[in-house]
Design a protein around this ligand. Sequence first.
Ligand code: HXC
Length: 281
Amino acid sequence: MFSADLLAGQTILITGGGTGLGRAMALRFAGLGAKVGICGRRPDPLAATVADIRAAGGTAASAMCDVRDPVSVKMMVDSLEAELGPLTGLVNNAAGNFLSAAEDLSPNAFDTVIKIVLNGTFHTTSEVGRRWIERKNGGAILSIVTTYAWMGSAFVLPSACAKAGVLAMTRSLAVEWATYGIRSNAIAPGPFPTDGAFSRLMAGDIEEQVKKQIPLGRFGRPEELADLAVYMMAPGASYMNGECVVLDGGEWLKTGQEFGHYTDFDRGAVKQIFQSMKRSR
Ligand code: HXC
């Protein structure tokens, strides 16, 4: 759906780019001509993703980094810019999450997710943003949140708090940094089956139940999220700023709607019931 060189001239950093949705975005961006920098805590997935991009003819580099540590973030950005040149885009994708009852969370458990998701997004955003402000060339930031960033969610309290914070950061910077030519946007995905998320969040047969609450009847495909990210990072999206685009097959609307669950039943049978309930004048 895009021209083959849509992202030529772009150099984009994706945090957590070695696996899952980050990897899908890295492959897609590179396939459309961007130079891609990825970072993460584990060397093997980073090396594999860089190798796959290069094997397909793209340009990529990686650096190990824990986004919780601002010093590690600075070193990572230094190293990737030395190899690829100045960044033009940043995707805040690295996340941490697990299921826990709120009353069972230790202070360190809460801190850990907040530090990865909220503080980590701040560290990368401020490191890259300061460079862009100094260079006066602008840039594009995209942060991956979730649909529960505004609704909250049971059993993932630290993630819900952190993602709400990232959404607030996105909207705050959209106004504050627009004067520097820096756009700031977000994507709110529903469930996408990646190992990192599903191994931690989908217990027992909950997966099938969750699927049933998605009007389109299936989970998202990582390539679908990557394509939306391409659009939002592309130069042609230059007027999009402060937006959060939901990509969830309609899930959050259905779970919030009063009568959406009638769609779970055979439509003919539902219509018959509606007909039988119709009052004659
Ligand atoms: C309760 C837990 C826990 C669990 C860890 N902790 N897992 N508490 N239930 N399942 C507690 C530990 O006991 C410890 O507290 C503290 O959290 C830190 O744990 P560590 O294992 O030392 O942390 P670390 O090795 O840094 O690992 C971070 C992590 C891990 C977040 C816990 O899961 C991780 O690395 N995740 C990265 C990938 C990921 O989560 N991806 C999913 C993103 S999905 P104490 O007090 O014992 O010291 C997503 C959106 C999904 O974000 C949207 C779906 C719609």
